[in-house]
Design a protein around this ligand. Sequence first.
Ligand code: GLN
Length: 263
Amino acid sequence: MSEPRSLTIGWLYPNLMSTYGDRGNVICLQRRCQWREIPVTILPLDQQTEADQFSKVDVIVGGGAQDRQQEIVMRDLQGAKADQLRNKLDGGTPGVFTCGSPQLLGHYYEPALGQRIEGLGLLDLVTKHPGPNVSRCIGNVVFEVTASPLAEDLKQMLGQPPIIIGFENHGGRTYLGDVQPLGKVKSGYGNNGEDGYEGAFYRHAIATYSHGPLLPKNPFVADWLIKTALQEKYQTEINLMPLDDSLAQKAREAMLKRLESVV
Ligand code: GLN
C-alpha cells in the first residue's frame, strides 16, 4: 500500500498577521484535507522559526496586518527567511496571501504614517497608503479570476467562469508592474479602486485583497491550492475526492443575489 499523502501548511506570523478572519483560510485548508483523510500539519512561520523550517511547507498562507505589525514582520523576514520564502514561491509552492501579505511581497509599502517599508520585491507591485484622512477601501468585493493558468483550471473545475466573492478592508492602494492581476473587479475596489484589477498571481501564489473568508466562501480555490500543493510535492496528477459544498453554494447564491444590482 502506498504511504498516505500529507500536507504541511506554513502560516506566516499567525499572531501578527491575521486580521479580518484570515485564520479562516488556514482552517478551511485544514478541514478540507481532513475530510479527505489527508494528514495535515500547521507550521507557524514567525519570529521563533528558524529559516530552514520554511523548506518543510507545501502550501503557504499569509494574512493581513495593521501597518505597525507589517513593519515588525518585515524586519523579522529580511535575510535568510526572505530567501527561503522567495525560493519556495519561485519553485512553485502554492500559497494564498491576503492584503498586508501581498503588500510585503511587493517592492514597498508606504504606510498611512511614517517611513516606507521595503518589501521582498518578489511581486512587481507597489502599495501606497494615501494617508489617515482618506477613506479606506471597505466592503464586499466580487471579481472574476482572469490570471492564467489559474482561471482555466478553475473554469474546468466549475464548468463556468470563476467568480470570487470576498470582503476587503485596506487603506493601501496597490499598483501592478510586470505581474498578472488575479482578476477583474465586478463590484468593490480591488487593488486601488481605479484600474479595475484585483490582486496578483505569480507562479502558484495567489495575492488578493479578499480576506480570510476567501477560501470558505470560494471552496474551489481551496481545492485548487490543495491539489496544486500535492501535485508539486508528489509530482503526480492528483484528483481530489469531491466534497459536499451545497451550503457554501447556497451562501454564494444569496450573496450574489444581494449584489445583483451592481454585478
Ligand atoms: N495595513 C494595510 C492597509 O491598510 C493592510 C491592512 C490589512 O491587511 N487589512 O492597506
